[in-house]
Design a protein around this ligand. Structure first.
Ligand code: ATP
Ligand code: MG
Length: 352
C-alpha cells in the first residue's frame, strides 16, 4: 500500500469549504481502495493568519511543506489584505521554491454540463502554462512620477532552460497520454524579442517529437478558435500570461469556474506539487455552504494522477459525471439549491 502525505492549506473564503469536500472524497476513496492511504496535515496560512502575524506563513513555512508528497491548496483572497501580499508571500514562494514550473489545466466539458457554445461537440484538451518566468516577473519599474514623461516598464524574462522544460513537459505529456498534436500559443509577430525566442526554443523541442504534430497560432487567433472550434485542441502550450488568460477562457467554455481544476507541478517530483481550483476565495458566497466543490475535488483527482494513479483520477471524474448527468444534486451556480456538502456526499456515493 502507498501512503501519501498531503499538506492542506484551506486558505480564505470558500477555500476551506471546498477543500473540506475534496479531503472527504479522498478519505472515502481510501476506505474503498486498500492500495492507497493518506495523511492530511492542515496549515492555517491565510489572510487571517497574516492579520495576526504580519506575514502569510512562518519563516520556516517552506521547510515545513517540503517533506510532503503534495499540497492541496484552497484559495487566498480577502478584502483586508492586498492581493500582492497573498500572492507574493505565499503562492509565488511555494511555486518558485518547489520548482512548480508547470501550470496544468484541463479544459474538459463534463457529461451533463452545458457549454455557452451552441454545439455539443466534445471539448477535452489541456492547457500547459509556463508557471515560473515570462511576463509575470518582478523586474521593472517606473520613473518621473507625476511628470508628463512619467513611464513604467515591465520586463519579460524567458530563459532557454525555462522554455525548454515547459515545452518538454508538454510534449512528454502529449506522448504519454496519446495526444497527437501540440499547439503553441504565441505572439511573435508583435512581441519580437521574447516571443520569437519562445517560438525558436519550442520548435527545437518540437523537432525531437516527430510523432506529434506541431502547430502555432497567435494568441488572439487562439482565443477566437477556443470559441469557434474548441474540439480541435489537444495540448495547448502557452507562456505565463497567455496561459493565464486562455485558462479562464477555457473554464468559461466548459461551464465556468466551478469546473476548472489546476495543478502546479514539479515534474521531477523532487519537491511537492500543489493542486488547487482555478477560482478564488469568492467572498460573495463564502460561509454559506453553497460553493461548488467540483473544481477542488477534480484538482484532488489531478493530484492522484500526478502520483501515478490515473485509475483513481478516472474513478473520481466518473463519479462527478454520474452526479452531473442525473441533475438531481446541483449547487446554485448550476441552477440548483444543493449545498457544498451535499455535492461532496453525492460524489462519494458514486465512487467505487
Ligand atoms: P480572487 O481575487 O480570489 O481570484 P475573484 O473575485 O477574482 O477572487 P472568484 O473568487 O474566483 O474570483 O469569484 C468569481 C465569481 O465566481 C464570484 O461571483 C464567485 O462567487 C463565483 N465563484 C467562484 N468560485 C465558485 C464556486 N466554486 N462555486 C460557485 N461560484 C463560484
Ligand atoms: Mg480571480
Amino acid at each position: 500500500m502507498s501512503t501519501y502525505n498531503i499538506a492542506v492549506l484551506p486558505g480564505d473564503g470558500i477555500g476551506p469549504e471546498v477543500t473540506k469536500e475534496a479531503v472527504k472524497v479522498l478519505k472515502a476513496l481510501e476506505r474503498l481502495d486498500s492500495s492507497i492511504s493518506f495523511t492530511f496535515t492542515e496549515f492555517p496560512w491565510n489572510s487571517e493568519y497574516y492579520l495576526q502575524h504580519q506575514q502569510m506563513m512562518p519563516e520556516d513555512g517552506l521547510e515545513q511543506l517540503q517533506s510532503f508528497d503534495s499540497i492541496l491548496f484552497g484559495a487566498i483572497g480577502d478584502a483586508r489584505v492586498p492581493d500582492q501580499i497573498s500572492i507574493w508571500q505565499l503562492i509565488m514562494p511555494i511555486r518558485k521554491q518547489f520548482q512548480q514550473f508547470v501550470n496544468f489545466r484541463p479544459v474538459k466539458r463534463l457529461k451533463g454540463i452545458e457549454s455557452p457554445l451552441k454545439n455539443d461537440k466534445p471539448i477535452d484538451f489541456v492547457i500547459i502554462r509556463e508557471n515560473g518566468e515570462g511576463e509575470y516577473s518582478n523586474i521593472g519599474g517606473s520613473m518621473f512620477a507625476g511628470e508628463d514623461r512619467e513611464m513604467a516598464v515591465q520586463n519579460t524574462i524567458m530563459t532557454r532552460k525555462g522554455v525548454t522544460q515547459i515545452a518538454e513537459f508538454a510534449y512528454q505529456y502529449a506522448r504519454e497520454n496519446n495526444y497527437t498534436k501540440v499547439t503553441n500559443a504565441t505572439k511573435s509577430n508583435a512581441i519580437i524579442h521574447t516571443m520569437t525566442f519562445w517560438d525558436r526554443i519550442v520548435e527545437e523541442v518540437a523537432a525531437k517529437y516527430s510523432d506529434i504534430d506541431y502547430e502555432r497560432y497567435y494568441i488572439d487567433a487562439i482565443a477566437a478558435y477556443f470559441v469557434q472550434r474548441p474540439e480541435d485542441f489537444q495540448v495547448v502550450l502557452a507562456s505565463n500570461l497567455f496561459g493565464d488568460i486562455l485558462s479562464d477562457l477555457g473554464s468559461a467554455i466548459v461551464g465556468g469556474l466551478g469546473f476548472a481544476p489546476s495543478g502546479n507541478i514539479n515534474p521531477t517530483r523532487e519537491y511537492p506539487s500543489m493542486f488547487e481550483a482555478v477560482h478564488g476565495s469568492a467572498p460573495d458566497i463564502a460561509g454559506k455552504n453553497i460553493a461548488n466543490p467540483i473544481a477542488q475535488i477534480w484538482s484532488a483527482a489531478l493530484m492522484l494522477e500526478h502520483f501515478g494513479r490515473r485509475d483513481l483520477y478516472e474513478e473520481i471524474l466518473a463519479a462527478i459525471e454520474a452526479v452531473l448527468e442525473e441533475k438531481q444534486v446541483q449547487t446554485p451556480d448550476m441552477g440548483g439549491n444543493a449545498t457544498t456538502e451535499e455535492m461532496g456526499d453525492a460524489i462519494i456515493r458514486k465512487l467505487g
